[in-house]
Design a protein around this ligand. Structure first.
Ligand SMILES: Nc1nc2c(ncn2[C@@H]2O[C@H](COP(=O)(O)OP(=O)(O)OP(=O)(O)O)[C@@H](O)[C@H]2O)c(=O)[nH]1
Ligand SMILES: [Mg+2]
Length: 211
């Protein structure tokens, strides 16, 4: 955690506490500390990224098969911050009723949560923005939920291809009002790019609220 400011180091050294799994919108915990939600296509690496950021392998459950995370999972990161591990979207093989349940839950949460400070929108570095990602970006734009695009699995992308991908993605993101004008590149597997994300979370979210 060497490139981080002392307070950011302190934050990410605190033991994350699993709070609860929310399967229906009526189960949401009372609004409290700032929340950062991790969203993206099924299997993009949301749960893995949460584990990597907090430096623990087993806080959020991961899987090789898409559709692992089926609820909104809340984690307390110290006193002033919560991470929310969301179900993925775009999982073609899931039964339509299940897809609808996850989509309804996700939308209801994203739309109506004033303590939701930012969505980390994960994009698979091997594929770039897909049309289903575009759809979700538009949804976030419409509801004025600010989000940051974050590439995952860059260990599986050659450096030259990654550069092109980042340029293209930045270009695409300019069409979206609620997208942050910078893209993070990460590998949870190889621990790449994590300090930049940690510092962003600390500076962007916590410093503003005096945490
Ligand atoms: N190569 C590589 N694989 C990764 C990386 N991060 C995650 N994976 C793999 O991608 C798969 C999905 O990871 P998860 O973290 O469960 O993905 P998720 O987005 O939470 O998936 P759902 O909960 O099903 O929506 C697992 O097999 C992980 O091992 C990475 O940085 N590099
Ligand atoms: Mg997951």
């Amino acid at each position: 955690l060497s490139d981080l400011s002392p307070n950011a180091i302190k934050l990410f050294r605190t033991e994350p506490q699993f709070m609860l799994s929310v399967a229906g919108i009526e189960q949401l915990p009372p609004m409290g500390p700032a929340e950062i939600a991790f969203w993206g296509r099924s299997n993009v690496g949301k749960s893995s990224l949460i584990n990597a950021l907090v430096g623990r392998g087993n806080v959020a459950r991961t899987s090789n098969t898409p559709g692992r995370t089926q609820e909104l999972n809340f984690f307390a990161i110290g006193e002033y911050l919560r991470f929310v591990d969301m179900p993925g979207y775009g999982y073609a093989e899931a039964p339509p009723a299940v897809v609808k349940k996850w989509a309804d839950l996700s939308r209801a949460y994203l739309r109506g949560r004033s303590t939701l400070k930012r969505v980390m929108l994960l994009i698979d570095g091997r594929h770039g923005i897909k049309s289903v990602d575009e759809t979700m970006m538009k949804l976030l734009d419409e509801h004025a939920v600010s989000y940051v695009l974050l590439m995952t699995k860059v260990d599986a992308v050659k450096p030259a291809a990654l550069e092109t991908l980042i340029e293209r993605t930045l270009e695409q993101s300019k069409k979206h009002g609620a997208a942050y004008p910078e893209i993070f590149t990460t590998s949870s597997r190889d621990q790449l790019g994590l300090d930049a994300v940690r510092q962003f979370i600390y500076t962007d979210v916590l410093q503003h609220i005096g945490g």
